[in-house]
Design a protein around this ligand. Structure first.
Ligand SMILES: Nc1nc2c(c(=O)[nH]1)N[C@H]1C(S)=C(S)[C@@H](COP(=O)(O)OP(=O)(O)OC[C@H]3O[C@@H](n4cnc5c(N)ncnc54)[C@H](O)[C@@H]3O)O[C@H]1N2
Ligand code: MOO
Length: 419
């Protein structure tokens, strides 16, 4: 395989994103049990085979009545039975009669409305042994009755392809007895970090060593994106070992995310190995941070192309690169229609000064929705690409176009990082 090295010219972000998305098509649909589908994206519309609610039922606890019997109130009626939720009525309601009924219970024949229990007074048993109640509210036909099918009818297309299976969607699927659904499968994504300087076993650091942190972050971000994560650990600077790990990950996983080794280092094991076994493009993107980025595919024997995202090693750059490059692509593979984070126009509560350098800057910010209804942002305290401590609690990234920056009180586009 040959590696394409883009030197000199920086690639516009949108161009790089389009290039990556083009190699990350949605995974073919699979039929899965509803219980395993939470968070996944429907690949086909769901048409209901059942009605919801399945029968006319009461919306309140009270007395099922014939509405004509309560046209004039107060009125006394004979209580001829009781229907709890889950029970079936065993007799109709005749003139002058009522049935005590609990929320959700089926309406008995004859009754066409329900008087709330708050509007009743239990009178006890009369001389003939009949239980009597006085009702003080007049209700019209249909009052407090939830008709069969007034939520979902047989044949309704309740969800279209592309809908995300949230807990509420899952509940509706349960309510119409959809036992399986056609979805884009959950992605299994391998994550690794590379470099002999990385220590992840808690041992004391020697000069030159640092603690591994990117993989910890990326594994969490992948899980947050709805992927199953396969942690490949820290792979040492050993070509044979890295090749073995990557090849085996490509057999088992739908995508691979690595951090480190994508910049200009004289000799880099990641570059050497990926250049050998995958079809990689090494880019310098016109953004800061996260300028260096690599993307490619490793082709399995069966022809499946497994995307590989080579994120930069600097921790903040790794985070930004994941957000801008890997997350949208992985979401596309999982069938999501909306690939990017929520964006909005915010008010800069501080100067966002910068110098022209041909790049779009992504400043990490904290923000609040203020009383004026606008989102107000200030930069986090440190903006270096090695200063993850400041970025970790950022709410959003402010997009500062090439130029002199944005002045305090000016408008600035932001990409939300959470929520
Ligand atoms: N001559 C140039 N040097 C650099 C350039 C450039 O354009 N020309 N770009 C800089 C930029 S921008 C970035 S970002 C970094 C990207 O470097 P690499 O992706 O090659 O990553 P490394 O060199 O391996 O590491 C960079 C930095 O990050 C630390 N790191 C790496 N992995 C981890 C990890 N898993 N956990 C925590 N920290 C990690 C590593 O120790 C380095 O400090 O290149 C610039 N250089
Ligand atoms: O991507 Mo580097 O992002 O500017 O530190």
């Amino acid at each position: 395989m040959t590696a394409t090295v883009t030197l000199g010219a920086m690639r516009p972000l949108e161009d790089a994103q389009e290039f990556v998305l083009g190699s990350c098509p949605p995974k073919p649909p699979v039929e899965v049990a509803r219980a395993d589908a939470s968070g996944l994206v429907l690949a086909a519309a769901v048409v209901s085979a059942e009605v919801v609610p399945p029968f006319d039922n009461t919306a309140v606890d009270g007395y099922a009545v014939r509405s004509v019997d309560v046209a004039e109130v107060p009125v006394e009626l004979t209580v001829v039975g009781e229907i709890a939720a889950g029970a079936a009525p065993d007799r109709p309601v005749g003139p002058g009669e009522t049935v005590r009924i609990m929320t959700g219970a089926p309406m008995p024949d004859g009754a066409d409305a329900v008087v709330m229990v708050e509007d009743s007074e239990h009178l006890g048993t009369d001389a003939d042994g009949n239980e009597r109640v006085r009702l003080s509210a007049s209700v019209s036909a249909g009052a407090a009755v939830r008709g069969a099918g007034d939520d979902v009818q047989v044949g309704d297309e309740i969800f279209s392809a592309g809908v995300v299976i949230t807990p509420a969607v899952e509940a509706v699927l349960a309510s119409v007895n959809a036992q399986t659904v056609s979805v884009h499968p959950r992605l299994k994504v391998a994550v690794l970090s590379t470099g002999d300087e990385l220590i992840d076993d808690g041992s004391p650091l020697e000069l030159g060593q640092i603690r591994e942190s990117n993989k910890t972050m990326l594994a969490g971000m992948l899980a947050e994106s709805g992927c199953d994560v396969v942690d490949l650990g820290v792979v040492r600077d050993d070509e044979a070992e890295l090749e073995r790990v990557l090849r085996s990950a490509a057999l088992e996983c739908d995508a691979i995310v690595s951090s480190g080794g994508v910049s200009m280092g004289d000799y880099d094991v990641v570059k050497a190995v990926l250049g050998e076994i995958a079809d990689m493009t090494w880019m310098q993107m016109a953004i800061k941070p996260a300028k260096p980025f690599a993307f490619g595919t490793l082709t399995r024997d069966d022809g499946t192309r497994v995307p590989i995202f080579g994120l930069p090693g600097n921790p903040v750059s790794s985070l930004v690169s994941y957000e801008l490059m890997a997350r949208p692509a992985l979401r596309r593979m999982m069938g999501h229609r909306r690939l990017t984070r929520t964006s909005l126009v915010a008010i800069a509560d501080a100067d966002f000064r910068r110098q022209p350098d041909g790049k779009v800057h992504f400043a990490r910010v904290n923000g609040v929705f203020a009383d004026d209804g606008r989102y107000h942002v200030v930069p986090v305290s440190a903006q270096g690409s090695h200063q993850l401590a400041a970025t970790a609690s950022a709410d959003a990234m402010a997009v500062i176009p090439d130029g002199e920056g944005v002045e305090r009180n000016g408008e600035v586009a932001v990409l939300m990082l959470r929520g």
